[in-house]
Design a binder for this molecule. Structure first.
Ligand SMILES: Cc1cc2nc3c(=O)[nH]c(=O)nc-3n(C[C@H](O)[C@H](O)[C@H](O)COP(=O)(O)OP(=O)(O)OC[C@H]3O[C@@H](n4cnc5c(N)ncnc54)[C@H](O)[C@@H]3O)c2cc1C
Ligand code: SF4
Length: 338
């Protein structure tokens, strides 16, 4: 196993101290539980000279959850989220997603901020230094070619695999961000800019896969917030290779409202498939009536069109797309009939 390289660790106690530490150390990056970041440092994928430990920042470690609203600090641990009684009751999709992440050890260490800002993954990237060197590296680090799509013209297709993002997208969440220019709040969907469909220049709203978050230099995620929708039914499910501890082959969050025999509202979001979590477009057109075969067919077509996995994990892309569709259909049926 590779040894950890040298780095300095700063331990701010307040958000202001954390922001000042980032500003004073331009190459620094925030450290949540370190369950992904430290692995990547050990593998030589990233080499920050300074880590800013977010775990002592008390104002980022609180959960406020009731029947009306939800607010979760970025340093809240995944276990706390999965076990929170009000979240289990009013926002089940989120508690279930948190409970499906990795294994108990990672959930005890891993944080909400770290999960939302999780680096994208690929079998050519999440490897040891010698493995990547033997393969001449790839676009995501120091190489010149994407091994998944050699004709990709600079675009990386590594997969976003965080489980919380789809659950929060289905709840319509916003994310709070703090940085050198102050605080701002954006819809969670806008945090993710991983390449999805077109080959266009990198901008604040559209990355090339190497850049997958819209955070500006020095910015930190501080919290995520959502309002409850009365009558919303929600749930999360995922398929993974080892059920006790594994990233999703595909993960799906579904939130819907049923009024009588009508599907009144539908939100569906995926992870483990594209370079960003995908909030399915076009679901409003499926609402207004019951759930019949015609609705399911249109639903399958939306999934086929928007879920575009590449060969970046151990399972083939077409398999992940089928799994995502089947999981989503099952959740949709179950929640509608509950
Ligand atoms: C064996 C194994 C299995 C795993 N399975 C899963 C899984 O099933 N599902 C899943 O989602 N994840 C999985 N993971 C990945 C990881 O454990 C989780 O995603 C965890 O939630 C990451 O949180 P963390 O606090 O440890 O993040 P860290 O590793 O500390 O950080 C991750 C990234 O987020 C950034 N970051 C951290 N906090 C902030 C902040 N406040 N603002 C801005 N950026 C920030 C860091 O700089 C880093 O780039 C797995 C990991 C392992 C080792
Ligand atoms: S998709 Fe291509 S560029 Fe991105 S990590 Fe994989 S091999 Fe590298």
């Amino acid at each position: 196993m590779d040894a950890l390289p040298d780095f300095r660790m700063l331990n701010p106690a307040t958000l202001d101290e954390a922001l000042a530490a980032r500003a004073a150390n331009p190459g620094s990056i925030p450290l949540g539980g370190g369950t992904d970041l430290v692995v990547n440092i050990r593998r030589g994928i990233v080499a920050p000279p300074v880590l800013i430990d977010m775990n002592q920042v008390a104002e980022l470690s609180t959960i406020k959850a009731d029947v009306n609203t939800l607010e979760i600090g970025a340093s809240v641990r995944l276990t706390a989220l999965a076990e929170h009684p009000a979240i289990i009751k009013h926002y089940p999709v989120l508690a279930q997603a948190a409970g499906h992440i990795a294994g108990p050890t990672q959930r005890n260490m891993g944080t909400v901020g770290g999960n939302l800002c999780l680096d994208t993954r690929c079998i050519f990237y999440n490897q040891s230094e010698w493995w990547r060197t033997a393969n001449n590296h790839c676009l995501k680090t120091t190489g010149t070619v994407c091994h998944v799509a050699p004709k990709s013209r600079g675009v990386c297709f590594a997969t976003f695999s965080g489980d919380l993002a789809p659950a929060l997208l289905a709840l319509g969440a916003d994310v709070d961000i703090a940085g050198p220019a102050g605080k701002r709040s954006i819809p969670l969907n806008k945090l993710y800019i991983g390449f999805a469909r077109q080959d266009v220049p990198v901008s604040e709203t559209q990355g090339d896969g190497k850049f997958y978050l819209s955070l500006r230099p020095g910015e930190i995620v501080t919290a995520v917030r959502a309002k409850n929708t009365p009558g919303l039914r929600s749930a999360y499910d995922k398929i993974r290779i080892r059920k006790s501890i594994e990233y999703p082959v595909a993960g799906v969050a579904v939130a819907l409202k049923r009024e009588g025999d009508r599907l009144a509202e539908l939100r569906v979001a995926f992870t483990g498939t594209n370079p960003r979590p995908v909030l399915l477009d076009g679901t409003a057109a499926l609402t207004g009536g019951g759930l019949d075969e015609c609705v399911y067919k249109k639903f399958d077509a939306l999934v086929r069109d928007q879920i575009m996995p590449m060969k970046t994990t151990f399972t083939p892309g077409h398999y992940r797309r089928r799994v995502a569709g089947v999981l989503a259909r099952r959740l949709l049926t179950r929640l509608f009939e509950d």
